[in-house]
Design a protein around this ligand. Structure first.
Ligand code: IPE
Ligand code: IPE
Ligand code: MG
Length: 229
């Protein structure tokens, strides 16, 4: 057996669902669920870093989510500013912030300027870290990503899997090994449709604010089952 073949760092992607239901069950406004969900993500980042995962990608806000009530959207925007400002924590975890979504300058993109600034600052303030890469999907939808990638790929010649990959929002984002969706919904909801080609999927009934390191370990343990190509 070759000792040079270190296993590739794992990529875990999370569809962080169920914040609203978590809050409702407690008689709280939905916004409280989003606040708790942001804290849960910070915990998962720490846990992912401790476990030496390579990549953690979290679905923060989708291209479809803009139709939600304005007060809820505003609260979620503020939470993303908070999330992207967690630079000290990211640095302590040797973790880098990345982002995927509709590029700011392109038609249809909706990320407000204040969030754009927070994203740019987070990326630059954590760019020297060498551990976990944490990608936040904000104003992200996989169909928009794939339509754009196809258009760009066509300009350069015949479209191939490789040319599509090279024109994704972040071409360096590796394939997902494990996709987690919380809160009992067995749906993909337009998340990373290209990147989850061979991913193992872990659905849990728990809402996202209750997703913790124990459940991350449970999800990771399911990767040890039979493999498929
Ligand atoms: C996920 O929780 C967070 C976002 C989609 C921004 P939800 O807000 O979808 O919570 P539920 O699914 O209504 O419980
Ligand atoms: C998916 O959750 C989007 C995010 C987690 C950001 P949704 O709650 O928006 O998904 P649907 O509408 O139930 O499919
Ligand atoms: Mg939901």
């Amino acid at each position: 057996m070759s000792d040079s073949a270190a296993p590739a760092p794992l990529h875990v992607a999370c569809i962080m669902d169920g914040n609203g239901r978590w809050a409702r069950r407690r008689g709280l406004p939905r916004t409280e669920g989003h606040t708790a969900g942001e804290e849960a993500l910070a915990g998962v980042v720490r846990a992912a870093s401790d476990r030496h995962l390579g990549w953690l990608t979290a679905f923060g806000f989708s291209t479809e989510n803009w139709v939600r009530p304005r007060t809820e959207v505003r609260h979620i925007l503020a939470l993303h500013r908070k999330l992207f400002a967690r630079t000290d924590e990211m640095n302590r975890n040797n973790a880098r912030t990345r982002w995927i979504g509709r590029p700011f300058e392109e038609k249809g993109a909706r990320t407000p300027v204040v969030v754009q600034k927070a994203i740019k600052k987070a990326i630059s303030d954590t760019s020297n870290n060498t551990g976990l890469s944490v990608t936040i999907a904000f104003d992200y939808g996989s169909r928009a990503e794939l339509v754009r990638a196809s258009r760009h790929a066509m300009k350069a010649g015949p479209v191939s899997p490789r040319s599509i990959q090279e024109n994704l929002y972040d071409p360096s984002l590796p394939s997902v090994d494990l996709l987690v969706r919380t809160s009992g919904e067995a749906r993909i909801s337009n998340f990373l449709l290209w990147q989850i080609k061979g991913a193992h999927i872990f659905f849990t009934e728990r809402p996202w604010p209750d997703f913790d390191q124990r459940e991350l370990d449970e999800a990771l343990a399911t990767l040890n089952g039979p493999t498929h190509t």
